[in-house]
Each structure stands twice: as structure tokens, then as C-alpha cells.
Design a protein around this ligand. Structure first.
Ligand code: SAM
Ligand code: SF4
Length: 440
């Protein structure tokens, strides 16, 4: 079999990061090995995101640059996958004549055939959604993991239809993977040395709700925690409305479950939450945060927040800031609202100017920066157990994650990669901590 290089660029969320790993695993079967150098590649793939207009525009700009490479390399294959591919389909091939293939979010299993066709000069687009009963067998595994931490997809798609969000349209209906398949993958990863798994899905805490044959998400966590070798579990992303009492209880009595939870609020205003169609109030959200802190006092929260949603008043924006002060997120992903075609909110007037959205975003970011530094500051001098994942920021440093998800860099030998070490935190920064090894 000929060996070819593939260069893949991933945009957007962890689902895409995970899909890119899956894509590389599959492409190995037809002789493609990954490279970090696009100039060396026989094939360049973009795994794309369309959640905001800015993310989508980035993909088009990148494609414009990449097609130029075809002038020097006529054999080069260029493909687009992920959410922009799903949204645009054939239209992408028409818009970019030098593009060779377009594969949607349900079509990874067709990719190898499409690549072989592209090698013969055929241009193809596949973006049809697959029925849920057939999709269950279409979760190709990721092979060759040599890491200490790995993603494991437990569900895909979303049916929440938050009014601003394009995900249900580009990822399709929700589907939970069979628990047997999830556990099989977790066992295999543990056998390869993986010690931490991050359970992945657009809305993991609705796992299993549609099927009486499958466990609930809380039960699934307990099953994963029982797998030999797995010492840490995280999960992304949870919808606050599906944060059940039994899942909250897991934070109190499943030691492997890390004390970090990504719980996107999106807004602190009940009016805005209602217009977003989120299905919870500010008070209900805060009640869940309180319940989680009651069972796990050191738990830290991360979240997502949107500013400038249609009709958001200054008072409603201030309610978002006051929610942030109450929750005290350790980190926050914040976005200016961006209308997305086909969503319910796109029919509302996008009435806040770009400048006003930017002003609100900057105010929010400044507040978050302060809160993050205050929380990080309280970690100074503490002892943290870190799972070492790889090279650190500076030469001679290695790095890993503490239970609370913070990245910690420290001076140490590469042989520690893949192990747990105890560190004392000696300096804190905005996005990382500096530690020193404590005698084992
Ligand atoms: N499933 C996740 C959830 O419910 O929190 C989030 C998925 S989405 C890929 C990631 C984040 O993008 C959302 O939490 C939201 O804050 C942001 N987002 C989604 N649509 C957006 C839009 N139209 N404008 C601005 N931000 C948006
Ligand atoms: Fe989008 Fe809402 Fe689904 Fe998250 S839960 S993916 S924000 S529709």
C-alpha cells in the first residue's frame, strides 16, 4: 500500500477534535499517515465549525489559502468535513472549484471511499443524515492512543433547539451510544495506559434518556469508574436542565469523578434564558450549583456565556455579570451573539450594534479575568495531584492537569508522562499554574 501524508486542521469544539482523531484512525487503513506540514501532504482536510458566523468565515479564508497549494502540487486533495460541510454540502464544491470532497457530520464511515475516488479525480459530496438505528454501529474507534487521557464519545447530536444554535441542524438528532460499546472502548483505552477519560457529547447528561435498555448518565459514570485502570473521569458538555439529582450525587461519592464541571448558563437573565429556550431559570441554575457545592465543596465550574442576544437590555446583561459573581467560574467561554441561518433567533431583530456587543464582551472578559486570578491565587501553596500529559511550556518542563482541570507546568523528567505526581503550586498565571514536585 502506498503511504501518503494527510494534514488535518480542526476548528471548533471537542466533538470535532475527537472526530479528527477518528478520521486519522480510519485513513490509516488506506495508507494515510498524519503530518504537521501542509506542504508535505497528499491530502489536506479541514474539520469545520459553523456555530458562529466568525468561525464559518475563518474556514473560507483558510480554504482560499490552501487551494493555492494546488498550483505547486496538482495531486493535492483538499476536503472539508464537519458542520460547515454539513450545512453547505454540494454548494461548497460549486463555490470552490478546487475542492475535492465534502463530508457531513454523519458520513465519516464513507470517507475512505470518497478519498479513493478523489485520488482518481472524482469530486464528491456526502451529507445525508443516517437513521439512528443504523448510526449505532457507525462509531469507528480511535486506535493507537499513547496518551494518559482520552476522549470517549458517549452521545452525538442534539434535540434541544436552543433558539440561537445551529448544532441540532448540523449534527442531527440525539443518539446515545450503547453502554456496552462505550465500556468496551474505555477498557481498551485503560489497557493502553489511559488513566483519564473525558466522556463527550453535545449534551452528555441526557445520555440514555431515550432508551430503557441503557443506563442513565449517572449509572454510566459509575460503570466507567469501575473499569480497572481508570482513575479520573470528566465530561463535556452538560445541559443544566438535565443535571439530575443522581448525577449531582456522583460528585459526592464517585472518587474518580473530577471536581470540575462545565455547566454553560448562556445568560444570567430569566427573560433572555426564556428567549433562548434554555428550559431553566437563573434560580434553578443556581440551585444546581449550590447542590453540587454541597456534595463537593471544592468543585470548580466552567461555562459558556452569550452577550448581545436579540433584545438583551443593559439590565439583563448586568444579570449575567451578577450570575458570574455568584457562581465564580474558574474559566468562561464567552461569545458575542451571532445570528445563524435557520435558527429561531435568526428571525428576531439582531438589534445590538457590533460595538455594543463588543463593549459587553470586554466588560465580561475583564470580570472573568479577575475571578480566574482570584481562584488561581487561592491555589497558591496547595498540594495538587496532577496526571502528567506531555511537554510543558518551557524547555525542561512537563505538564499535566490537576483534578480541577487547571494546567500545571513543572520541572521534571519526561519519564513521568502518563503517571500521577503530587505537586506544590508555587506560582499562578491566568491560564496555567507552576508547580514543584513533592517527594513521593
Ligand atoms: N451543547 C453545548 C451547550 O449546550 O452548552 C454547547 C454547544 S455550542 C457548540 C458551544 C457554545 O457556542 C454554546 O454554549 C454557546 O455559548 C455558543 N453559541 C452557540 N450558538 C451561538 C450563536 N449563535 N452565537 C454566539 N454563540 C453561540
Ligand atoms: Fe446548541 Fe442548545 Fe444543543 Fe447546546 S443544548 S448544542 S446550545 S441546541
Amino acid at each position: 500500500m502506498n503511504q501518503n501524508y494527510v494534514y488535518i486542521e480542526t476548528f471548533g469544539c471537542q466533538m470535532n477534535v475527537n472526530d479528527s482523531e477518528r478520521i486519522l484512525t480510519m485513513l490509516a487503513d488506506i495508507g494515510y499517515v498524519p503530518t504537521d506540514d501542509p506542504a508535505r501532504a497528499r491530502m489536506i482536510l479541514l474539520n469545520t465549525c459553523s456555530v458562529r458566523a466568525g468561525a464559518e468565515a475563518k474556514v473560507y479564508r483558510r480554504l482560499e489559502n490552501l487551494v493555492v497549494l494546488k498550483r505547486h502540487n496538482s495531486r493535492l486533495i483538499i476536503g472539508v468535513g464537519g458542520c460547515v460541510a454539513q450545512q453547505e454540502g454540494e454548494a461548497l464544491l460549486e463555490r470552490i472549484p478546487k475542492l475535492d470532497l465534502v463530508f457531513g457530520t454523519h458520513n465519516l464511515h464513507l470517507l475512505n471511499d470518497m478519498v479513493l475516488a478523489a485520488e482518481r479525480g472524482e469530486r464528491k459530496s456526502e451529507t445525508s443524515f443516517i437513521d439512528n438505528d443504523q448510526r449505532l454501529d457507525l462509531f469507528p474507534p480511535i486506535r493507537g492512543t499513547a496518551r494518559s487521557s482520552s476522549f470517549v464519545t458517549v452521545m452525538q447530536g442534539c434535540e434541544n433547539y436552543c433558539s440561537y444554535c445551529v448544532v441540532p441542524y448540523v449534527r442531527g438528532p440525539e443518539i446515545s451510544r450503547r453502554s456496552g460499546d462505550v465500556l468496551h472502548e474505555v477498557r481498551q483505552l485503560a489497557d493502553q495506559g489511559v488513566r483519564e477519560v473525558a466522556l463527550l457529547g453535545q449534551n452528555v447528561n441526557s445520555y440514555g434518556l431515550k432508551s430503557s435498555a441503557e443506563p442513565s448518565f449517572a449509572e454510566l459514570i459509575r460503570l466507567v469508574a469501575a473499569v480497572d485502570g481508570i482513575r479520573r473521569i470528566r465530561f463535556f458538555t452538560s445541559h443544566p436542565k438535565d443535571m439530575s439529582p443522581e448525577l449531582i450525587a456522583c460528585f459526592g461519592d464517585v472518587p474518580a469523578l473530577c471536581g470540575q464541571l462545565h455547566l454553560p448558563a448562556q445568560s444570567g437573565s430569566n427573560n433572555v434564558l426564556a428567549r433562548m429556550g434554555r428550559g431553566y431559570t437563573r434560580e434553578e441554575y443556581l440551585e444546581k450549583v449550590r447542590a453540587l457545592r454541597a456534595v463537593r465543596p471544592d468543585i470548580v465550574f466552567t461555562g459558556d456565556m452569550i452577550v448581545g442576544f436579540p433584545g438583551e437590555t443593559e439590565d439583563e446583561f448586568q444579570e449575567t455579570l451578577s450570575l458570574m459573581e455568584e457562581v465564580r467560574y474558574i474559566d468562561l467561554f464567552s461569545f458575542a451573539y451571532s445570528p445563524r441561518p435557520g435558527t429561531r433567533a435568526a428571525e428576531l431583530a439582531d438589534d445590538l450594534s457590533r460595538g455594543e456587543k463588543q463593549r459587553r464582551l470586554e466588560q465580561l472578559l475583564a470580570m472573568q479575568k479577575r475571578i480566574t486570578m482570584e481562584i488561581n491565587g487561592a491555589l497558591l501553596g496547595t498540594r495538587q495531584t496532577v496526571l502528567v500529559e506531555g511537554e510543558g511550556k518551557r524547555p525542561g518542563q512537563i505538564s499535566g492537569k490537576a483534578d480541577n482541570g487547571r494546567t500545571v507546568n513543572f520541572s521534571g523528567d519526561r519519564s513521568l508522562i502518563g503517571t500521577f505526581v503530587d505537586l506544590r503550586i508555587i506560582q499562578v498565571f491566568q491560564n496555567s499554574l507552576l508547580g514543584e514536585l513533592l517527594p513521593g
